[in-house]
Design a protein around this ligand. Structure first.
Ligand SMILES: Nc1ncnc2c1ncn2[C@@H]1O[C@H](COP(=O)(O)OP(=O)(O)OP(=O)(O)O)[C@@H](O)[C@H]1O
Ligand SMILES: [Mg+2]
Length: 258
């Protein structure tokens, strides 16, 4: 179970950064007063345009950054007071994870398994299972520097799933993947959902949200402006497709907040 209550995250921007990026304000309010929950056996999609606050929300959930205010509880553990337990109970995928270019896929898994305090036999079992699912077996001994974007993304996913936790937090999981590989990933997430895992993904791709999620939350300018099943969102916005719902909402809320 994931519970996010009144999450607000403000980034402070240094003078140098402000000058560099020609910014006026000392701070950026990336996410404001966002609340939602995700149940076991459910896939929740955070949908929003660039800069909406998706990654910020997921990073707060994954204990990478601290909320400015609000509360996040993951399987009963508070991200601020019990961050270590949270980390043990989540699988987190981020595009910002930089894999060491000199490592092979095989060694990368061993390395991260070690960090997770897994036993060598445990790592091997899980590694073979994940390499098989994501089609990594064929290039497991190649150096990452020779990988394509898709191969890196697949390995990133395998690394994040090394342990087998109940909560899966994936930031843009199908980013950079061709449609076959993207399907492998979405099928895997659907399998995990069947197993009763609690899953949240972020995406700016409507089709991914439509196809994969049980419920969708739309973030615009740091505000969660609507949430519900696809059917509920279409009803509330009086539209026929998620694209149209999104455009209607963006027209209404985009300028004020973004
Ligand atoms: N470390 C940071 N310092 C200052 N501002 C930041 C920082 N990280 C993100 N922001 C700002 O916070 C806002 C939300 O960014 P975030 O990365 O959460 O958006 P996103 O929805 O993930 O976007 P994208 O679709 O481009 O990945 C943006 O205005 C961004 O510029
Ligand atoms: Mg992002």
């Amino acid at each position: 179970m994931i519970e996010v209550r009144n999450l607000t995250k403000t980034y402070f921007v240094s003078k140098r950064e402000r000058k560099k990026n020609k910014m006026k304000n000392e701070y950026v309010r990336a996410v404001e007063n966002v609340s939602f929950s995700v149940r076991p056996g459910e896939i929740y999609a955070l949908l929003g345009p660039n800069g909406a606050g998706k990654t910020t929300t997921l990073r707060c959930m994954s204990t990478l950054i601290k909320p400015s205010s609000g509360e996040i509880i993951i399987d009963g553990f508070d991200v601020q007071n019990d961050s270590e337990s949270v980390r043990e109970n989540i699988s987190f995928l981020t595009n910002e994870l930089k894999l060491d270019e000199h490592f092979s896929a095989d060694y990368t898994m061993k390395f991260f398994g070690g960090l997770r305090n897994m036993l060598p036999e445990q790592i091997d079992l899980r590694k073979n299972y994940l390499f098989d699912i994501f089609g990594i077996e064929g290039f497991k001994n190649k150096q990452i520097s020779d990988f394509s974007t898709g191969m890196k993304q697949k390995l990133g996913i395998a690394v994040s799933l090394l342990n087998d936790p109940e909560v899966i937090i994936f930031d843009e999981p199908t980013n950079g993947l061709d449609i076959l590989t993207a399907k492998t990933v979405t099928d895997y997430l659907l399998d995990m959902k069947e197993q009763g895992k609690t899953i949240i993904i972020s995406t700016h791709v409507m089709r991914v949200a439509e196809k994969l999620s049980d419920r969708i939350g739309i973030l615009i300018g740091g505000h969660l402006i609507i949430e519900g099943t696809l059917k509920e969102i279409l009803e509330k916005t009086e539209t026929e497709t998620l694209d149209d719902a999104f455009f209607a909402l963006y027209e209404k809320f985009g300028d004020d907040n973004g």
